[in-house]
Design a protein around this ligand. Structure first.
Ligand code: F6R
Length: 247
């Protein structure tokens, strides 16, 4: 069952997410972080960076990280390459070595093979100990759009037009500039992480959160796969929880 917690605001969501990630890394000794990009994890990353600055001896410097996804088609030095975003917004400040931060390789000549290699690399690292996730307004997790089989591993995913519209804010507001595809962990990959910390904030997420909470697991609603995982915490601010309150 999903453990749903409604917090007063974004900052409180960030603190609660950081507490769960700290519990995994510091108390349970997890060594492998699963990292999302986008806006939702921002307050959690900011809180973890704040704690790390106060106490640099916290054990994050020895962790490995695996990103959920990476756009296909952006040049390696593009500021929106997720490998660059995560370094800029989180891992560098946490003292996590660049070589310990792994992203799917969207430039590989054989993408299918790169996808298989990525899942194998996660497994070889011992599996993801704690995965942070956001939810797209169409219900996606990573870039698994509605209709994606739950069992799928890392694969090349097409971005829905709603996702390209949502992400246009990172591309000068122009959905046409958002890549049409990404290499994405599959739902099968995500469900193998030992703990999932899911974050949704703001009114724009209220409807999808309500649908998630009222839906049985169905591939038409990718985030509903979260109901199948034994250790999921969903952290919401009040606006994101609003529609769920009414259902
Ligand atoms: C990002 C990712 C996406 C986002 C989702 C929500 O790595 O995999 O699934 O988590 O699109 O995005 P935000 O948080 O920007 O609303």
């Amino acid at each position: 069952m999903i453990d749903v917690r409604v917090l007063p605001d974004r900052e409180a969501v960030g603190v609660a997410a950081a507490d769960l990630i700290d519990a995994a890394v510091i108390e349970r000794g997890e060594q492998v972080l699963g990292l999302a990009t986008g806006s939702s994890p921002g307050p959690a990353y900011a809180e973890l960076i704040r704690r790390h600055a106060q106490d640099p001896a916290r054990p994050y410097g020895s962790t490995h990280a695996f990103l959920l996804d990476e756009y296909v088609g952006l040049p390696p030095d593009h500021p929106e390459r997720y490998a660059r975003v995560i370094r800029r917004e989180f891992t560098e400040a946490m003292g996590i070595d660049a070589g310990a931060v792994h992203a799917p390789d969207p430039d590989a000549p054989d993408l299918e093979r790169a996808c298989r290699d990525y899942d194998a690399a996660i497994a070889a690292a011992g599996g993801v100990g704690v995965q942070i996730l956001g939810i797209g307004s169409d219900g996606h997790i990573a870039f698994n759009a509605p209709g994606t089989p739950f069992a799928e591993g890392t694969h090349v995913a097409r971005l829905s037009s709603s996702t390209r519209r949502d992400n246009a804010r990172f591309f000068d507001g122009d959905p046409e500039r958002v890549p049409v595809s990404a290499v994405s962990q599959g739902i099968g990959t995500i469900l193998r992480a030992r703990a999932l910390v899911v974050v949704a904030m703001g009114e724009a997420k209220a409807e999808i959160v309500a649908r998630l909470l009222s839906s049985d697991p169905t591939e038409e609603m990718p985030a509903s796969a979260l109901h199948l995982h034994p250790d999921v915490t969903l952290l919401l601010d009040r606006p994101a929880a609003r529609a769920a309150d009414r259902s």
